[in-house]
Design a binder for this molecule. Structure first.
Ligand code: C2E
Ligand code: CA
Ligand code: CA
Length: 688
């Protein structure tokens, strides 16, 4: 065939190509009535033409296009070809020509690159009465859209299978209003479980359609088409109404369960969905905090601003906003930064990869940490087995949803099963308490062990736990593996036996922990306490998290001599200072006291550190060998060390002989920042 060497303008490029209207009129006039199955309507789509144009330039792209048009014109019955939208063409061939038709086009396309080359896809519809040209075109296009991205599949004939789907799509569009009026739309619910308690905390409402003609329809069969036809808001509004109504009925019956609804991004464009949700919630007296909205955020596109604005409005009005399908193509990290989502809902796709794929584990666990650091709660959908559940628990995911717990069910069934298992439900009054605890990040090694891999580096090594102080004792709410291992090192299987043991002893550890906890709650600051149990030295921090009706939750992080590479200098020092049986003190470069150990304070009869803090020996006026001691310290502050020096000090009005050591203290960059001293008491002074 003779392709022109250059194409000067669009008229040349599309020479002989009809408009769609002209095409349909021609076909209807000249080929109608179609003899059944004599002709076939073809819908041709050229994949990757835009990319080809970018790589080789528009002129080259136009040459390819013109060659294909020429070929189609030669092949088509009467040479009729029309354009359909951007990269599509429609034409009619005789039925017997369709075998291998797409391949005949593809051999004419230049090959370039390794993958993603130019590719012709062909949808075909055999023409039959009473279909007109337009009916055939729509079916051919539908057949073309149904060709999946499988290598080697380039054409598809509209068959009975597609006919059913096609009819269903037409049906849902044509019957939506009637279905709503007839009560065919139902709002089912799927429980969501809080992993901290293992109990149901809320449900997600999911649409179902019980149709006359096609029986039971799932969202996949109507939601995408209603979106395409821009009717989705009608469905969503009905589901929201049903959900609120059901919530109201359940509340009257004594069961209050928070619920979530799904919004389409298009809802924000097609109606004032925010105002509508508020109005429906008001009508049924649903408190906003008991209702959440799930939105799939798109990283780009024209809905972006509308959706962002919607998220903010819902949020400000007290609804909880979930970012749905996070981890799929639609969601973006930037939205996580810029929009005030309360909860991120990880898509099943991500979780499904966790079992086989170490990298998926790293990504999911880090995303959960990231979300927590942003103050965003985490939920994972599609949990189907126990391994997945254990993984999510180990990486600190707060909530989960999936067939493992329950499939979606009619709302009444969910309520009945919830009533039967009232103890399986979190109390609404505990939600704030539990939510706050859920924000704590406890990474641990279970997941790695679980899948037979040695403790993965991304998992935390510090023993971390959430403790609950309650009238009947201390309970371990959450703990990571490192925490359990530490208890084991000290010889205990659980926290209860640890507490029992220390209570049976002098009770000092518990007293310190309780005291630190009280202080932590009072000040809002973490408090520290150290202890030694069964030869394991531990330095613990305790921080108040939340409280609810006599229960208080604390974050407890422990470092110990047992996780040795992680012993901080602080832990080491504290251990030495408290354990060396010397009177220890340290001072700044002006020789003012910055600290001292208990033994030092006891020796001099001080109530506490406050008695000496910020003072010099002279201020205290207690030193018989004051001038000597002052000179010692001046020397030390120039870098000298005083070793086992005999001096005298006054203790309780009595001069004592002591043996003193003093060393300078250096900062990390080598500057002297103070001194540390310690001494041993030899008893009341004896004249030499
Ligand atoms: P989604 O929002 O991601 O909802 C979760 C879907 O995953 C539900 O499918 C649920 O049944 C399914 N699922 C839950 N746990 C598991 C599991 O363990 N394994 C597997 N294989 N699947 C699980 P469903 O109900 O078919 O809904 C599909 C999608 O349709 C939803 O995905 C949502 O995007 C959309 N949709 C559902 N109801 C509505 C609605 O009322 N309005 C709008 N706009 N979209 C809705
Ligand atoms: Ca959802
Ligand atoms: Ca999903």
């Amino acid at each position: 065939m003779a392709a022109p060497s250059t194409i000067t303008d669009q008229r040349d490029l599309f020479d002989g190509v009809l408009t769609r209207v002209a095409f349909s009129e021609h076909i209807d006039a000249s080929l109608v009535p179609f003899a059944d199955d004599v002709y076939a309507m073809c819908f041709l789509h050229l994949d990757n033409l835009k990319h080809y144009n970018r790589v080789y330039g528009i002129t080259e792209g136009d040459l390819v296009l013109r060659e294909i048009i020429d070929w189609v014109q030669e092949t088509a019955v009467r040479g009729f070809v029309a354009r359909y939208a951007g990269d599509g063409f429609i034409f009619v061939v005789r039925r017997e020509q369709i075998e291998g038709l797409a391949d005949s086009i593809n051999v004419r396309l230049p090959t370039y690159g390794e993958t993603d080359g130019l590719e012709a896809k062909l949808g075909i519809c055999s023409c039959r009465r009473p279909m007109g040209a337009e009916d055939c075109v729509e079916r051919a296009r539908f057949a073309c859209d149904s060709i999946l991205d499988e290598p080697g599949t380039h054409q598809y004939l509209f068959d009975e299978r597609l006919q059913v789907i096609f009819d269903k799509r037409a049906y849902v569009v044509d019957h939506l209003d009637d279905a709503i009026a007839a009560g065919e739309i139902q709002a089912w619910a799927q429980p969501i479980v809080r992993l901290l308690t293992g109990r149901i905390c809320e449900v997600e409402v999911l649409a179902r359609w019980k149709s006359d003609r096609f029986g039971f329809l799932y969202p996949d069969e109507f939601v995408p088409e209603l979106e395409r036809q821009r009717l989705i808001h009608k469905l969503d509004i009905e589901v929201i109404r049903l959900a609120c109504k059901q919530w109201d009925e359940a509340r009257r019956a004594g069961t209050e369960v928070p619920f979530g609804i799904n919004l389409s991004r298009l809802d924000f464009e097609l109606c004032d969905i925010f105002a509508i949700v508020c109005a429906i919630a008001d009508e049924y007296d649903v408190p906003h905090e008991q209702m959440h909205v799930e939105i799939t955020e798109s990283a780009s596109g024209r809905h972006k601003e509308l959706v962002g604005d919607g998220v903010r409005r819902f949020q400000e009005a007290g609804f909880t906003v979930y970012m749905d399908d996070f981890g799929t193509g639609y969601s973006s990290l930037t939205s996580l930064i810029s929009l005030p989502f309360n909860v991120v809902k990880f898509d099943k796709e991500l979780l499904d990869r966790v079992q086989q794929d170490e990298r998926a584990r790293v990504v999911l666990s880090d995303l959960i940490t990231t979300a927590k650091r942003l103050g965003i709660k985490t939920l994972c959908e599609g949990v189907e087995d126990e391994d997945q559940l254990l993984f999510l628990k180990a990486v600190g995911c707060e909530k989960a949803q999936g067939y493992y717990f329950s499939r979606p069910m009619p709302h009444d069934d969910v309520m009945t099963s919830l009533d039967a298992r009232a103890h399986d439900r979190d109390l609404i009054t505990d939600y704030d308490y539990l939510d706050t605890i859920g924000q704590i990040n406890l990474l641990d090694g279970t997941s790695a062990d679980l899948h037979g891999v040695e403790a993965a580096s991304f998992l935390g090594q510090y023993p971390i736990a959430v403790l609950e102080f309650r009238p009947d004792g201390i309970k371990l709410l959450e703990r990571n593996i490192a925490y359990l291992r530490l208890l084991e090192k000290m010889g205990f299987h659980d926290l209860e036996s640890f507490v029992e043991h220390t209570m049976a002893g002098d009770g000092r550890v518990n007293a310190r922990a309780v005291h630190a906890a009280e202080l932590a709650k009072e000040t809002g600051e973490p408090q520290y306490f150290d202890f030694i149990v069964n030869d394991v030295f531990c330095s613990a921090s305790i921080r108040f998290i939340a409280e609810s009706e006599g229960r208080e939750a604390y974050l407890n992080i422990v470092t110990s001599s047992e996780n040795s590479p992680l012993i901080s200098d602080r832990v080491l020092l504290r251990g030495m200072i408290d354990g060396m049986h010397r009177k220890v003190f340290w001072k700044d470069t002006d020789r003012r006291f910055l600290g001292a150990n208990d033994e030092f304070l006891d020796f001099f009869g001080f109530e506490g550190l406050g008695d000496v803090l910020g003072k010099t020996d002279e201020d205290l006026g207690w030193n018989v060998t004051e001038e000597l001691s002052r000179l010692d310290e001046v020397l030390v502050l120039t870098g000298k060390t005083i070793t086992d020096m005999k001096r005298i000090c006054i203790c309780g009005g009595v001069p004592h002989d002591i043996v003193v050591n003093k060393h300078p203290l250096y900062s990390v960059n080598g500057a002297i920042v103070g001194l540390v001293g310690y001494f041993k008491d030899l008893g009341p002074h004896v004249e030499a």
